[in-house]
Design a protein around this ligand. Structure first.
Ligand SMILES: Cc1cc2nc3c(=O)[nH]c(=O)nc-3n(C[C@H](O)[C@H](O)[C@H](O)COP(=O)(O)O)c2cc1C
Length: 216
């Protein structure tokens, strides 16, 4: 089985998406054939798609950005459509993950990828949603040991062509939606988490533009 792994994060190799893919293949046999590509540069995407065109199954991991997906991820899907024949009939697992812990945040993106898989005739199409991933890049791997183990078990089942159950697709600590009281608490601590995101905006010269609404 030739497995294609697509890291569709704008952060490329140093991303949480990359870490999730690493854990997913951790327990596969050493001789398992895997091809990992990054979608980070739009100009390289067609070549990356050429590299994985001969695969038997695919895993595509990407983060939630502004309640949807990064532009380069969407571009990758659009480029894949031009090579539809290379992917139709192949099983695909999408991993959509977000900074916010609730899975419900990613359900819109899930609808998109399921629709996309339908257009591509890729089946079965599975979707794994993982909340609360931002800290993974900074934390010691042991801090996410349970998640890594669950992903490794899922990877083995997916590669073996086994049917994935709902519990396979719920990582430890999976939370669909927080109760209202918890949401109230988030509103109180939101200004603290804003410190981190505002730093990123300033670093990228985008802080002053943060309330821009270019399409209105
Ligand atoms: C520009 C940007 C927008 C984001 N938007 C959201 C969002 O709308 N909802 C959310 O839960 N997380 C959001 N996040 C958090 C990312 O989903 C999270 O940090 C993820 O772990 C990044 O994965 P990566 O390292 O693979 O890119 C955003 C992050 C960035 C940088």
């Amino acid at each position: 089985m030739k497995l294609a792994l697509v890291n569709a994060s704008p952060r490329g190799k140093k991303s949480n998406s990359g870490l999730l893919l690493k854990w997913l293949v951790r327990d596969l046999p050493a001789d398992a054939e895997k091809t990992l590509v990054c979608a980070v540069k739009a100009e390289d995407q067609k070549a990356a798609i050429g590299q994985i065109a001969g695969c038997d199954a695919l895993v595509i991991a990407f983060p939630l950005y502004t309640d949807a997906m990064p532009g380069i991820t969407k571009k990758f899907f659009e480029n894949m459509m031009e090579s539809k024949k290379s992917f139709s009939g192949k099983p695909v697992l999408f991993i959509i993950h977000s900074g916010f812990p609730e899975a419900v945040q990613s359900r819109m993106a899930e609808r998109y990828v399921r629709y996309f898989a339908g257009l591509m005739d890729m089946h079965p199409a599975e979707c794994l949603i993982i909340g609360g991933t931002e800290a993974m890049r900074f934390a010691p791997e042991e801090a996410f040991g349970k998640r890594a183990n669950a992903l490794a078990a899922l990877g083995k089942k997916f590669v073996a062509g086994q049917v994935l159950t709902e519990s396979d697709l719920h990582m430890p600590g999976h939370r669909e939606k927080f109760p209202r009281a918890v949401m109230g608490l988030f509103n109180v601590i939101a200004p603290l988490t804003d410190v981190f995101w505002n730093q990123l905006l300033k670093k990228n010269g985008a802080f002053k533009k943060r309330f821009d609404r270019p399409y209105q």
